[in-house]
Unconditional design. Sequence first.
Length: 273
Amino acid sequence: MEQEKLRSLLSLLDDPSDNIAVSVMGELLKNDENLLPFLAELQEADNKLLRKRVQQLETIITLRQRRRNFLDRLQEEPLDVFECLIELHLLFFDRDTPEMLWDMLRTFMQVAENNAIKNISELGAFMARNGFALPPVEERLDPENFCIGPILEDRLGSDIMLCTLALLAGIEAGLQLGLVRVAGRFAVIDISGAMISPENDWLPDQASKLERGDFWNDPRAVLRYASLMLFLHAVFSDNFRYVHTIAHTLTGSGDDQLLDFLPYPYNGKKLQV
């Protein structure tokens, strides 16, 4: 879209009619990658309605970029798990900053390093000593349990995310570890078959039931699982904004046609009457 057309559309952004404004914003967002510099010029405009719509556009563009960031991170080789955990968090808690989350992750890893963990028993003791535990059963599907910020702050989270943190700390300490799911529960396992999990208060346990378990050593599968749980929560809570946002992330496209399987209003289309 040429700059003249962008400026022409931007001049209509303060139209009193919401219907016109929505149409204008839709046209502007077709060229969102080039739009931000123009929006920056209008951030301090005297017109309150114009500032409001500029902020709405900036929020939409930011959310789109975060969806792209998460997908891009999942496709990178080698995969940066820390970056992916941050981008996953930002899919739901979109007002937080990557810098804040990086600081929290660095602090966790530094504390783990200071504990000089030598084996899986010491890793479990470290996680227990620092209060990492499962939330009450009735709260286990809450989005906070799959987002790294609340987990590090409150020390409560889903078993898959807590085990991912334990894995990161253990691998950094030089341990040979994997993630396994046994009887529907996630645990960290070492090469001797010893397992630790928040379900068992991080106490070592031999993998006597491992023949019924499966390994989850692909971090991409873990991250997709967590994003699906965020999607599930959005559906349960009837939050169409997050259903639509996370569905785009999971399908890997901004094309609303790929969301046709979702009912109104989650598919991004108008209700036909």
